[in-house]
Write a new protein. Sequence first.
Length: 390
Amino acid sequence: MRAVVCQNTELSVQDLPEPTPARGQVRLEVVRCGVCGSDLHARHGFDDWADMAEGVGYERFGRVAQPVVLGHEFCGRVAEYGPGTKRTVPEDTPVVALPMLRNRDADAIDLTGLSRHAPGAYAEQVLVEASLMLPVPNGLDPEIAALTEPMAVAHHAVLRGEVGKRQTAVVVGCGPVGLGVILMLKAQGVRTVVASDPSAGRRALATRCGADVVVDPTDASPWEAGAEKHLRSIPATLELAVGTIERMSRLPVGWWHLWRAADRAGLATPPAPVVFECVGVPGILQDLMAGAPMYSRIVVVGVCVGEDRITPAMGINKEIDLRFVFGYTPLEFRDTLHQLADGTVDPRPLITGTVGLEGVGTAFAALGDDPTHAKVLVDPRAVGSAVLDS
Ligand SMILES: [Zn+2]
C-alpha cells in the first residue's frame, strides 16, 4: 500500500506492506485523514515530544530518525477483521476510531500516527482496535466524520472549561483548534463567544464558525465584550468587597449571614470570562494572565512544547484559574461523532482543502504559512500534489 513516511523531517510516499490486523484489530481502507498541527510539529519536533513522553513513562513515541506514518484524524471503511473480533459492523461500512492500538506482543498501547509501532492514516490502509471503532451514524459524510478526533479535542476543552451559558468565552487563536472550540461553545449554548486572531483570514473563519464578537488583537482588546460585568483591577475588586460590606451592614442581620447565603447561591463570586488559549507559543500565557479580568479561568489548549515563563504573582493577584487540557475521553469522542451526525455541530467551515498522498508536503507548507487554511484532508485516492480548495 502507499503511505507517507516521515523520517529525518522528510516526507516521502513509499510502498509499504499492507498491514495485517492482529487479534482484536480491524484493517480500514482510509477515506480521509486530517492534517493536524501536531503532525506539523512532530515532523521536526518528534525528539522533544518523545523525551517529554518518556518522562511520563511512554517510551514508544516516534523519534525524528525513525520512519513514522503520521495521521490520527481519520475515517475509513471496514476492510478486514482480525482474529477474535465480533465483526458486528459489516465490511465497507464507514467508521471512525480512537487512534490507539494495543500491541499485545509488547504489552503496550501505542498512539496511532505518532509512533512507528502504530502507523497512521496518511496511507491507503490503517489498523484500529475493534473495541475503539464506531460506525459513522445517520449517513454522515465520511469527510465530516474524519473531523471527529479534532472536534473531540475541542469538546473536551469546552467541558473542562465549565463555561456557563451566560459567561463570556474568549477564544484566543483561531487556527483549527480555536475554530473547533468556537463551534463547540456555540453548540453548548454559550451566548457570547469572543474570538481573537491577528489574521483576517482566520477571523473570517471564526465568524463562519459562529463567533459573536471577532477582534484583531493588534488594534482592539478581546476583553471589552462583557467588560461591564467583569472586574478589571485591584481597586475595583477592593471597592466591591468593602462596598458590599458597607451596604450589608446597614441591614439588621449580621453581614456574614447574608454573605454566606449569597455564597451558597453561587452569587458571591464575581462574574469572569473563560479564556481558551489556542495559540501555543511562548509568552502567550503571561499575556493572557496580564490582560484577562480578575478571576478569569484560562484553559490551555494550545500546545507549547518549549519552555515558557509566567509571573505567578500576576495569577495570584487576579486569582486566575489556570487549567491544562489534553485529548478527550472515549465517551467525549463518541458523543462528538454523534453531534456531527445529528447536525448539532457543523464543522464544514474548517475544511479548507484536500490533497492526495503526494500532496502532504504541499499541505504542510500551506498550513504553515497560509492563514486562510484550517483543516486540510488527505484523500489517499486523490492524485497530484496540489491542495485542492474545498
Ligand atoms: Zn490532532
